[in-house]
Write a protein that binds this ligand. Sequence first.
Ligand SMILES: NC(=O)c1ccc[n+]([C@@H]2O[C@H](COP(=O)([O-])OP(=O)(O)OC[C@H]3O[C@@H](n4cnc5c(N)ncnc54)[C@H](O)[C@@H]3O)[C@@H](O)[C@H]2O)c1
Length: 375
Amino acid sequence: MNGSHALTDLEDPLWVKLPTGRYPIYVGYGLLEKPQCFEATLKGKKVFILSHPEIARIYLPSLEKTCYAAGATEVSHALVPSGDYHKTLETAANIWSALLAQGYHRDSVLITLGGGMINDLGGFCAACYLRGIKVIHCPTTLLAQVDAAIGGKTGVNHVLGKNLIGAFHQPQTVVADLSTLSTLPQREFISGLAELIKYGLTLDPPFFNWLESHIIEIMQRQPDALNHAVKQACQLKAAIVASDEKEEGQQRIVLNFGHTVAHALESILDYKQCLHGEAVAIGMIVAIRLSMEHNTVDGQLLERVMSLLKTAGLPTTLPPGITPAEILAKMKYDKKHGATKLNWVLLKALGQAFTTHATASHVIQALTATRVGTP
Ligand SMILES: NC(=O)c1ccc[n+]([C@@H]2O[C@H](COP(=O)([O-])OP(=O)(O)OC[C@H]3O[C@@H](n4cnc5c(N)ncnc54)[C@H](O)[C@@H]3O)[C@@H](O)[C@H]2O)c1
C-alpha cells in the first residue's frame, strides 16, 4: 500500500476538547479532496474561501469541488497577497466588504486555505463578521499545521507590534493536508521546524529526543516522519488549548516560549526579512540563556538545542545590525508583558517551562550573548 494513503486517518482524527464542545483535527495526505472532513460544517451552507494567489492556483479548484461534494450550496473566494505585512485591519476590512457585497450571512462558513497568516487573518474576519461566523482552517504550512490553525487565536498586526488586534475564535474543524507541504518552499518548511522543536523543549522530552534522531527524515519530508511529527505536535497543542483555552492560566502561555524576542524581531524587521519560525528559533536561544541565568538549565541543553536548530537550518544568532536595546524597547509592546515588568517563559528543565519576570539587564545580557560572533 502507498504509505501516504495509510497515513490518512479520517475515522480517527485528533480532538480539541473545550468546555463549549470539541472539534476535530484531521492530519493526513490528500485531505483537501475528502468531503468527509468538511461535511459536518458545510452541508447546506454558503462558503467563502480565503487564500493567497499562489496557493489558490494549486489547491483551490480541488477544495472548491470538495466543498460542493460536502454539501455547500455556493462557494466563492477572495485572494490576498502573501506576507505578514498584509495581515492588517485594512485587509480585514476589504474582506468584510467582499462578504457583505456577496450577501454572506450569519449561517455562512469561511474557510482559510494557507499558512498562519491566512489562518490568523481569516479567523479574525470570521470572529468579527456579523459578530461571528463559523470557520474551518486548512493550514498549508508546517507552522500552521502544528500551531497557528489550532486553538482559536486570530488577529492582525498593528504598526506598533505583531498580533496586537485580535480575538479568540475556535474553528469548527482543522484539515491539515500533509500533501500541501510538497509545494512549500524549503525556507518556509524549515521555519515550521522551530515550532516542532519548541513543543519538544517545553512539553515533551521524548518528542525532543525523537526530533533529534529524526530531523533529517523530517527535513526530507518523509511521510512517516512528517505524519508522526505533525500529529504529535497537534496532540500537544490540543491538550494545552483544552486546559487553558484563552491563556488565562499558566498552561497555554508556555507555548509562547521564544516568542517574546521573536515578536520584537519580526516587528523591527517589518515582518519582511525574518520568518516567524526563524525569529522563534533565535528567541528560544535567548530564553534558554535567560534560563541559564536563573540557574534552571545548563550549557549542555543550550548546546543540544543549538545543534538541533543548526541541523534544521534555523538561525541561532540575532540578525546583524539589530541591537539588544532595540529589541528590549520593542518588547514593551508584547501582549504578555504587564505595565512595568517583562514576563518570560523560561525552562526549568527539558520539557518543563515556567513563567517568570526578568530584569532588563538580564535580558540585555542574554541578547548580547546571542549576537553574531559571540562564542
Ligand atoms: N494563531 C496562532 O496561534 C499562531 C501561532 C503561530 C504563528 N501564527 C502566525 O502565523 C503567521 C506565520 O505563518 P506561516 O509561517 O505559516 O507563514 P505564512 O502564512 O505567511 O506563509 C508563508 C509563505 O508560504 C506560502 N505558502 C503557504 N503554504 C504553501 C504551500 N503549501 N505551498 C507553497 N507556498 C505556500 C505563502 O504564500 C507565504 O508566502 C504569522 O502571522 C504568525 O503570527 C499564529
